[in-house]
Design a protein around this ligand. Structure first.
Ligand SMILES: N=c1c2ncn([C@@H]3O[C@H](COP(=O)(O)OP(=O)(O)OP(=O)(O)O)[C@@H](O)[C@H]3O)c2ncn1[C@@H]1O[C@H](COP(=O)(O)O)[C@@H](O)[C@H]1O
Length: 119
């Protein structure tokens, strides 16, 4: 795999295929779908915690190797979660594209403004 965007697209395709079917003994992703959403969410939570611990270690040691591996685990399991709910990375990329260039502070202010308008 040469291009980072290709990896995401290829992985998205494999994840969709695994969701349609697959032998849980041979495929980790198929086994997660068979175990169900709670198991997938448990993995997302576990990998999020491991990512946080790795980030603290990276700050202390300057070594980011484990941080990169744990973040990859977290992203991967988040993609399985999206796929389980018939969503994909593409929707998340579209949401990030929509937000692109809008300051986080401005976006938050517009959220509270629309809340007051609705009340
Ligand atoms: N990117 C990944 C990927 N990243 C992490 N993992 C797996 O995620 C699992 C989670 O790691 P853990 O250490 O938490 O595993 P564990 O302790 O055995 O898990 P539990 O028993 O506690 O649930 C490991 O088995 C890893 O191998 C992945 N498994 C698959 N992929 C991709 O998904 C594709 C489809 O995979 P299969 O469905 O297995 O063919 C592969 O070709 C890869 O591209």
């Amino acid at each position: 795999m040469t291009n980072n965007t290709d990896v995401l697209a290829a992985l998205t395709k494999i994840l969709a295929e695994r969701k349609k079917g697959g032998d849980g003994d041979k495929s980790y992703v198929a086994s997660l779908h068979q175990k169900g959403l709670n198991k997938i969410l448990e993995k997302v939570g576990e990998e999020a915690t491991e990512t946080i611990l790795a980030a603290k270690d990276a700050e202390a040691t300057g070594d980011t190797k484990d941080l990169i591996a744990e973040t990859a685990d977290l992203w991967f399991h988040s993609l399985v979660m999206l796929s389980h709910l018939d969503e994909s990375a593409d929707s998340v990329m579209q949401e990030l594209a929509r937000r692109f260039g809008v300051s986080g502070h401005d976006e938050k202010a517009s959220r509270s403004q629309s809340k007051t308008t609705h009340h």
